[in-house]
Write a protein that binds this ligand. Structure first.
Ligand SMILES: [Co+2]
Length: 139
């Protein structure tokens, strides 16, 4: 949380577009969503190529004007009281969402927890997978 660039570099993810990375954490009250309203700034070194929808004009505008609607289209239902924060990535600063850890995973290994984290959950359009769905891949 204090230095995401350093943290991802320590795992071997470094290079262009991975610098100046900030991690934003989902909690019971706050859900974070990442967009680039201007173009397609994205943490490539960590997440690979951005999905086509990330670069689309509707996503770029609606992530700001109607984030809850965007999340619903991804099948993501949030607690009504949670606040959605939209982070606008730029070439100077890129954001990565830290998904909230699902309940009943206290004894899970890092390896097992990894299966709950999808690309989409790190953009913020989805939540971490529930433990029963751990085997599903990215769509
Ligand atoms: Co951009």
């Amino acid at each position: 949380m204090n230095d995401a660039t350093e943290a991802v570099a320590s795992l071997g993810y470094c290079g262009r577009q991975g610098e100046h990375l900030e991690v934003v954490e989902n909690t019971d009250d706050i859900h974070n969503l990442v967009v680039c309203t201007l173009c397609s700034c994205y943490p490539w070194t960590v997440l690979g190529l951005p999905p086509a929808w990330y670069k689309s004009a509707p996503y770029r505008s609606r992530a700001v004007s109607d984030p809850r609607g965007v999340l619903e289209e991804f099948g993501t239902k949030l607690n009504e009281k949670s606040i959605i924060r939209t982070w606008d990535s730029t070439s100077e600063m890129r954001y990565l969402v830290l998904p909230q850890r699902p309940a009943d995973t206290e004894n899970w290994s890092e390896q097992d927890l990894r299966q709950l984290v999808s690309r989409n959950s790190m953009i913020g359009v989805e939540l971490a997978r529930s433990p029963e769905l751990a085997e599903e891949g990215d769509k």
